[in-house]
Write a protein that binds this ligand. Structure first.
Ligand SMILES: [Zn+2]
Length: 398
């Protein structure tokens, strides 16, 4: 039933103007063509429209997860997009390097095109991507990269590929060191695309990676707490990270199974260093804990002191801008609707970070509905059955 209008009643817009407090409650009418038709208090009923009773909930630009793995079937690590997508309040999923040049065509045909969500991708600089993620490294040696084919695949898929991904930690690179990051940079410069670099266990060091990045590039796993990879254990690295963030290098959370530390995030936020974007790094070994979903990840950042409006921006327009999606006037008449309706509710849920530290979430983001064009999907958090939680600690997949 995607031919009917959607009337969203009594919702408070937030995140449409970055940093601004939530606006007064309003109604939003989305036409059967999926475009915003009118916005204002107490809109008249539209015959045949599906009605969403917001009840004073928030509405934001569609949640955008800048780092997830959804090349299901083409990699051993990925989950199906629907597990990370509209049903969880996420309208846009950015896949972070699950596919390399050798497998991108399958990802496009079998996953991206049929999905309800918008899926964009960083292309892995390693040709095979994450086929056998933690067993066969995509960057095992210098034969793992094919520059000509990588450029050709990007050129043929410019509508979907938004950057180049490189995993820069020793479990992936072995003794190859920083060289693949340099090659990724060369390719990204040729293609005029940003890079997303995963940092973790050195070598290469976080410092070495930062020195290669340019404004618009992204560091993912920015608040990992790994020895040698944490930004709060080395003041020189701290100074470098803050300088790079000021210059426009984007710090992305990329929670994952092994890459988010409450302690690091809390200290960084207390000292005034906020992440540019909040992302899950959802994959098969983080879905059933410690990550669960986008809402829980957002709630974790809120719990360590990130202001509510900043959490919303870092989960919507900030990641959208990182992949060159338009972010202005998203409730403007005629714009294609991409919205998440959510509440912020009291909670006492205990959650873990990637290092096993626990924390209590006193406020929880609860997605209620996701709207993308004329699609309307009921959303909720991922609530697995008791006893299914598992945490992979191998470190290879962030
Ligand atoms: Zn990842």
């Amino acid at each position: 039933m995607e031919t009917e209008a959607i009337l969203i009643r009594n919702v408070r817009p937030v995140g449409f103007t970055p940093g601004a407090a939530p606006a007064a409650a309003t109604d939003i009418l989305v036409g059967a063509d999926g475009r915003i038709r009118s916005v204002g208090p107490a809109l008249p009923p539209t015959p045949g429209a599906r009605i969403v009773e917001g009840g004073g909930a928030y509405v934001s630009p569609g949640w955008t997860d800048l780092h997830a793995h959804v090349w299901h079937g083409g990699t051993d690590i990925s989950i199906r997009p629907k597990l990370a997508g509209m049903q969880r309040g996420v309208t846009t999923i950015v896949d972070a390097g699950s596919a390399g040049e050798a497998t991108f065509h399958g990802f496009r045909e079998y996953i991206i095109e049929p999905a309800d969500e918008r899926i964009l991708a960083f292309l892995n600089i390693g040709s095979i991507g994450l086929v056998a993620c933690n067993r066969v490294s995509e960057l095992i040696d210098i034969r793992s990269i094919d520059i000509d084919r990588t450029i050709a695949v990007v050129e043929a898929n410019r509508d979907l590929i938004v950057g180049i991904k490189c995993r820069a930690s020793h479990v992936i690179l072995g003794s190859w060191g920083i060289t693949p990051v340099k090659v990724a940079k060369k390719v990204a410069k040729i293609l005029k695309l940003p890079m997303m670099i995963h940092v973790g266990e050195p070598p290469p060091t976080y410092d070495e990676v930062l020195e290669l990045l340019r404004p618009g590039d992204i560091i993912t796993h920015c608040f990992n707490g790994k020895a040698g990879g944490s930004i709060v254990e080395d003041e020189d690295l701290w100074d470098l990270v803050t300088k790079c963030a000021d210059q426009g290098i984007r710090l992305d959370v990329g929670h994952g199974g092994a890459s988010f530390s409450f302690k690091v995030a809390e200290i960084a936020i207390q000292r005034g260093l906020l992440p540019f974007s909040i992302s899950t790094d959802l994959h098969d070994h983080s879905l059933n804990g410690p990550v669960w979903d986008m809402a829980t990840t957002m709630s974790k950042l809120l719990s360590v002191g990130m202001p509510f409006e900043a959490v919303v921006t870092a989960s919507t327009t900030a990641p959208m801008s990182a992949v060159k999606l338009a972010t202005d006037d998203l409730l403007g008449i005629g714009k294609v609707a991409e919205l998440t309706v959510f509440d912020l509710v009291d909670s006492d849920l205990s959650v873990r970070d990637s290092q096993g530290a626990t924390a209590k979430l006193h406020k929880m983001f609860e997605p209620r509905w996701a709207v993308r064009g004329a699609q309307l999907v009921r959303a909720s958090r991922h609530m697995p059955k008791e006893g299914t939680a598992s945490v992979c600690t191998c470190g290879a997949h962030g």
